[in-house]
Design a protein around this ligand. Structure first.
Ligand code: ADE
Length: 250
């Protein structure tokens, strides 16, 4: 039977997903709360990954090893790297890469040591399912997710993108740094701090995964303010709507 692990990097990205669970029990391991239960008829385990690649690696590993999850879904926010992406747009992963991994001259920049690759591909079917859930929601209108006031406040007219996501242990908040990453990894759509670590865990355990990221900021000098506002006001509503539609489709 399917048992889906769902991770978010911030309490504000995952609390309302926890609220979707029925028949729930909470288990604490390594200072992390894992909420076990069901969304609809699907067995799920929901947890706050904590921030950054190491924290997310620990949480993802526990989900697989201790809770036996069969699939892993990471949901959260990201800074836009590619031109044209706007706050409120949603990116579903195709591939994940660590933009701060650099073991040159031993191996090429961005290559995962001993895995002979830069990118880890997310599971095609799970990513398509996530994309379908997002398009269903966007067809009904984003005001049904966040309310009319937030649509005006954040000027939301969200689009769905599939593509590459870069992760690193840095909050990107300068145009210079944004362009530097984009110059080196031109296919990357957005940047965050956990996805590629979870991808590596899933690769090594053979667990299908996908990453869903809503754009909260443009990874530039306004990123701190934009990110904080998005997290405080709308991130939870996005996560709740996407996960609940995705679990309906599973
Ligand atoms: N998550 C959301 N916005 C981000 C940014 N600008 N940098 C890294 N992670 C993020």
């Amino acid at each position: 039977m399917r048992n889906i692990g769902i991770l978010g990097a911030m309490a504000q990205e995952i609390d309302e997903v926890k609220a979707l669970l029925t028949e729930k029990t909470t288990v604490t391991i390594a200072n992390r709360e894992f909420v076990v239960g069901k969304i609809g008829t699907t067995r799920c385990v929901v947890a706050f990954s904590k921030w950054g690649k190491v924290a997310a690696t620990i949480t993802a590993t526990l989900l697989i090893q201790e809770f036996g999850v069969t699939d892993l879904v990471f949901i959260g926010t990201a800074g836009a790297l590619a031109d044209g992406l706007k706050v409120g747009d949603i990116v579903v992963s195709r591939r994940l890469v660590q933009h701060d991994l650099d073991a040159r001259p031993i191996i090429p920049r961005f290559e995962l040591p001993l895995l002979n690759r830069m990118y880890v591909g997310s599971d095609y079917q799970l990513s398509e399912l996530a994309g379908k859930a997002v398009s269903n929601l966007l067809e009904k209108g984003v005001e049904n997710i966040v309310g009319e006031d937030a649509v005006k406040e954040f000027n939301l007219s969200p689009k769905l993108y599939f593509g590459d996501i870069a992760s690193g242990d840095q909050f990107i908040n300068s145009n210079e740094k944004r362009l530097e990453i984009l110059g080196l990894l031109p296919d990357v759509l957005c940047v965050e701090m956990e996805g590629a670590a979870v991808a590596q865990v899933c690769l090594e355990f053979g667990t299908p995964f996908t990453v869903i990221r809503t754009i909260s900021d443009s990874a530039d000098h306004n990123a701190r303010v934009d990110f904080s506002k998005f997290i405080a006001e709308v991130a939870n509503a996005y996560s709740r709507a996407i996960i609940s539609e995705m679990m309906r489709l599973v």
